[in-house]
Design a protein around this ligand. Structure first.
Ligand code: MRU
Length: 361
């Protein structure tokens, strides 16, 4: 069991409560968001970030917005709901969990509206759905942690990039860090090397913080040290999370992940991707179809208020890159471990959920 259950995002009677991830690790501050628009803004501002956490927060934001709607008929409530879904969908483009969660909430609305005309009853069902999404995310990460934990040998040192931990999910285990926690909870001794992950520093600020809190040995390096530590034989496996996995296994994750995967190949180190089924997008054939978010150039030119680069220069700030499937040793999901060829292995995992047809439709 983790020593501290990190509460990334929570449903409360007053609104959606989140830890402000922009301030970590120096400040542990919780903020309350009291409307759908406020939750959408928190996703945009990266107060909450990480693909599954974005999905869970979006679902809660929609449930919150609906609760506050003044509509008295199902038709008017549906109009309000459609508007809220559009607001939520316009926050961040890459993590498919956002669109997955919106679609699940839409489906829950359709089901409820087919069964009742009671507006209050529909609102309550949507709150229940958001809470179910939250609970399922924690369970999914526990399950993938168990599957992935089996792949790591006792005494292994694992390199990870970005933060795919409790802070990137509903809380508790995380995905890539869920695999590490799964191995630890199975009695294995695991150490972690965390890439700092420029420019937003999710590795230095968040992964180092949560592993340290959880008493899992962690060593922080800058991104450009990864090749060197691999060459020195200090890395036994790489485990990263994902923002969107295409049908052929091509994987979008935090910028710099591709570089780590190429290095792992060069040094014959297994490169694993850990993600719940909700991160897999069977509707796109390959990674070329994944939209890559471009973020504010200030993230590159500044650290907090401190300017690092000269004024007026050209800056490029893609937030994600795509790792081609041939560099991925396995994709660890809550339904089991998929290996190449991914087009068939991922589809088989989906068939267990009964959602394969719906995804490719
Ligand atoms: O920009 P971020 O911080 O939302 O990006 C997060 C990542 O790239 C994570 O590795 C990914 O979402 C997986 S989180 C379990």
């Amino acid at each position: 069991m983790p020593l501290t259950m990190i509460k990334t995002v929570e449903w409360t009677p007053e609104g959606v409560r989140m830890i402000d991830q922009r301030l970590l690790p120096t400040e542990e501050k919780y903020l309350m968001f009291r409307s759908c628009e406020e939750v959408a803004d928190a996703i945009k501002q990266m107060i909450v970030r990480g693909a599954p956490a974005i999905g869970v927060s979006a679902a809660m934001g929609l449930a919150l917005g609906l609760q506050q709607a003044v509509a008295t008929t199902v038709i008017d409530l549906q109009d309000d709901f459609n508007y809220m879904c559009d607001v939520m969908a316009a926050t961040r483009p890459t993590a498919v969990n956002l669109f997955w969660a919106i679609e699940r909430m839409r489906e829950a609305f359709r089901r409820a509206a087919a069964e009742t005309q009671d507006v209050e009853e529909i609102k309550q069902r949507l709150v229940d759905e958001a809470q179910a999404i939250f609970k399922e995310d924690i369970e999914a990460n526990r399950a993938l942690g168990r599957f992935g934990g089996e792949l790591l040998p006792d005494g292994a040192t694992v390199l990870t990039h970005c933060n795919a931990g409790a802070l990137a999910t509903a809380g508790d285990y995380g995905t890539a860090l869920g695999v590490i926690r799964g191995a630890r909870d199975a009695g294995k001794r695991i150490a972690v090397i965390a890439d700092e992950t420029r420019p937003f520093l999710q590795g230095a600020r968040l992964t180092a913080w949560e592993l340290h809190k959880d008493e899992i040995p962690v060593t922080l390096i800058t991104d450009n040290m990864a090749g060197h530590v691999m060459k020195q034989g200090k890395v036994d496996a790489v485990v990263v999370g994902a923002d969107r996995i295409a049908a052929n296994g091509d994987t979008a994750n935090k910028i710099g992940t591709y570089m780590v995967a190429v290095l792992a190949k060069q040094h014959d180190i297994p490169f694993y991707v850990a993600a719940p089924i909700s991160t897999i997008d069977l509707s796109i054939p390959d990674g070329a179809h994944i939209p890559i978010e471009e973020r504010d150039t200030r993230e590159v030119t500044h650290i907090r208020e401190q300017r690092l680069a000269p004024e007026g220069i050209e800056v490029h700030n893609p937030a994600f890159d795509v790792t081609p499937n041939e560099l991925v040793a396995a994709i660890i999901t809550d339904k089991g471990v998929a290996r190449a060829p991914y087009t068939s292995s991922l589809r088989r995992l989906f068939e267990q959920t009964g959602r394969a047809e719906e995804q490719t439709a």
